[in-house]
Structure formats: C-alpha cells, structure tokens
Design a protein around this ligand. Structure first.
Ligand code: AMP
Ligand code: MG
Length: 351
C-alpha cells in the first residue's frame, strides 16, 4: 500500500490537508494523526470493516477495545447511555484533554470497536490537528496508539513510519506530541469510578472534581497481573505486556542512596559482561555511573513523560541490551511514568 505523509501546521492546520485526511477516513481508510498524548491510528469508529483494519495493521488482539475520539460533548448522546452526573462533570472540566471515560455503550457503536464489551471508551482530544480532523470527518474516530502492538507508543511521525509505513493510507506529521504518554482512563460505570490506566491527566486533579476513585489492581501490581488469564479485567488492554522495549529494563526501587549504589553496581556488571547499557537519570548530578549512555531525562514529570517513549525507541534502534532506571514518586504524572516503567520492566529490584 502507498502511504502518503503530509506535514501539517500544528497550530493552524491547512484545511485542504485536513479535508483530504477526513475523506480517507470516510472512505474506510486509515489515517495516522497527532494528538496531545501520542500519535493515533484513526479510522471511522462506526464502520466495522475500517475498524478491522486497525486491529490487523497493529496486530492488536480483537478483545482489546479502541478509544473513540469525538469533537464535542453533544456527540456523546448517540454513542453512550446513562451518562452519570460525575461523568458529565469530568467531561465538562477536562475535555478537550487527556482523559478517557468508559461509559455504557449505545447500539450505534459496533461490537468490533469495543472488543465485544458493552461499554465504550471516549474522549475529546485537545490537539488542534486531531480536533480539526474529527470535525471535518463528522464521525467518531477510533484511534489507538499508532504503533505495532507491543512497541512503545509513537510521539513523533518518524516513530510511526518505523512501524506503519506501507500499512496505512496517510500519516499526518504534526511534530512532537505535547504530553508523550497516553490518556488517563477512568471507568465511570460503577458507583465508585475506577482508574483503569494512569496517563496524561494526573489522578489528583480528577479526584479534586469527583472525590473518591479506586485504582484497579493491575495498576498497583502490573507485573503479577499481566501474567494472569485476563479474567476479571475491566480494561482488556491491561492484560497485555504493553510498552516493552527490546532491551531488558531493570527498575531499581528504594532509598535514594541505595538506589544510586545499586545502579553503579549494575552498570559496572553490564560493562564487565560487555552488555551495552543505558542509565535513565532524573537528577543531572555528577555521578560515577559507567554505563554506555547516562541519559538525563529531566527532573520534572512533564519533561520525563514527554521523552520516555522516545528513549525506548532509541534503545530499540541502537542495539542496547539493558536499560537501568530508578524509581520515581507515584504522584502527579509520576504515577503514569512509573506504570509504563513497571510494565516495560523485566526485573524490579528493591534495595
Ligand atoms: P490505546 O488506545 O492503544 O492507548 O489503548 C486504549 C486503552 O483503553 C486500552 O488499555 C483499552 O483496554 C482501554 N479501553 C478501551 N475501551 C475500553 C472499554 N470499553 N472499557 C475499558 N477499557 C477500555
Ligand atoms: Mg496503545
């Protein structure tokens, strides 16, 4: 298949480029576009054969449902039923933005889009290109992350080219995504809402608006949970080993000084074993790490989030054997960063 690449101005998208992309989606094709979280692989969410292509191209298991992207709250009426007051409150407060709500589904949404579930996941993105595209298409756009399943989510068009060139009709290049992590997913169908995936909107901010939210066990303990059969999963995506770089990721937890000492020891061992290693650092201080690359990823969560998947991709493309990362606080965006690190980790060492 011929894949076209179209560079679009992220702050003032050229209408003829957006119209072309919308036309492809309406004709049942696949268009990759940037959102504020990561790049999405978009198709008409109401067209089963278009949605099927998403699953094929990504190699995504059929029971892993897709997020519907809409451009206005009014679009919810046709797609969801029994939307609670709390859900409406969250939508009013945080849409457009990196928050996905799981709601009861209406008849209009095909089963294939929701992986056979009777709920939908839906959000309004804030990125101008994505909003313009959804508006021009005039239908809800199903758009999971635009990577082959199991690879890190793409935060640049070049990442999408690596995974999907020749498999989609069009890739819109709108530059680097602002947040760099996927959206926060909350199940609003139970009396106490449940956090299904930490993401670009911090849990603390959501709790400020609706109070109590419980955290699904697969977030508290992802390593143990992803090995299970998948029974009892609220969000099927959580049972798969997401976000996994080819290199072995070792995550070191514990008090700062012990963590540092352990990382020094591990990096030295890798060197002796002639393994190529990367240390991910959140403090740009003098250290005696002797890894092949010591990567300062920033000391604030926004910067760390923005660059995390890019590091995974870099490592995949440069034959690095081992990534050594230190634990971060599970507050603010740190909860999502740690979730991705834990899911990517081969080993978690507590010191
Ligand atoms: P992705 O778009 O690739 O970032 O993945 C979407 C995430 O949303 C996956 O973890 C899905 O399992 C989750 N999701 C989508 N639809 C639903 C739903 N109806 N109920 C629960 N989780 C969902
Ligand atoms: Mg994904």
């Amino acid at each position: 298949m011929l894949t076209r690449v179209s560079r679009v101005n992220p702050s003032n998208p050229e209408p003829f480029k957006i119209d072309l992309a919308a036309r492809i989606i309406l004709d049942g094709g696949l268009v990759v576009f940037p959102t504020e979280t990561v790049y999405g692989l978009g198709a008409n969410a109401l067209n089963p054969s278009a949605v099927k292509k998403i699953f094929l191209v990504k190699g995504r298991p059929a029971d892993n449902p897709l997020i519907l992207h809409i451009q206005h709250m009014n679009d919810l009426k046709a797609l969801a039923r029994n939307v609670s007051r709390k859900a409406t409150k969250l939508a009013r407060e945080f849409w457009p933005g990196p928050l996905t709500l799981v709601l009861e589904k209406s008849q209009r949404v095909p089963q294939i889009t929701t992986g056979g579930l009777d709920t939908i996941a839906v959000r309004i993105p804030s990125d101008i290109i994505s909003l313009s595209l959804i508006r021009a298409a005039g239908i809800p756009v199903a758009a999971p992350s635009a990577n082959v399943s199991g690879r890190p989510s793409p935060t640049r068009a070049s990442h999408v080219l690596e995974d999907l060139y020749g498999k989609v009709d069009l890739i819109i290049d709108g530059g680097k995504t602002r947040i760099g992590l996927e959206s926060t997913v909350i199940d609003m169908t139970s009396p106490v809402p449940v956090l299904l995936r930490p993401g670009g909107l911090p849990l603390e901010r959501i709790r400020e608006v609706i109070g109590k939210i419980s955290i699904h066990s697969s977030i508290l303990n992802p390593k143990k949970d992803h090995l299970k059969s998948g029974k009892g999963y609220k969000s099927p995506g959580m049972k798969y080993r997401h976000y996994s770089p080819k290199a072995d990721l070792i995550l070191v937890k514990g008090t700062k000084i012990k963590v540092r000492n352990k990382i020094v020891e591990l990096a030295r061992r890798m060197r002796n074993e002639q393994s190529k290693s990367v240390c991910i650092m959140t403090k740009n201080i003098n250290n005696n790490y002797i890894a092949d690359i010591v990567w300062f990823v920033g000391n604030d969560f926004e910067t760390i989030s923005r660059g995390l998947f890019e590091i995974f991709r870099y490592v995949d493309n440069h034959n690095i054997d081992v990534i050594i990362a230190e634990e971060m606080d599970c507050v603010d965006l740190g909860l999502a960063v740690m979730d991705r690190l834990k899911r990517a980790a081969k080993e978690i060492i507590s010191v």
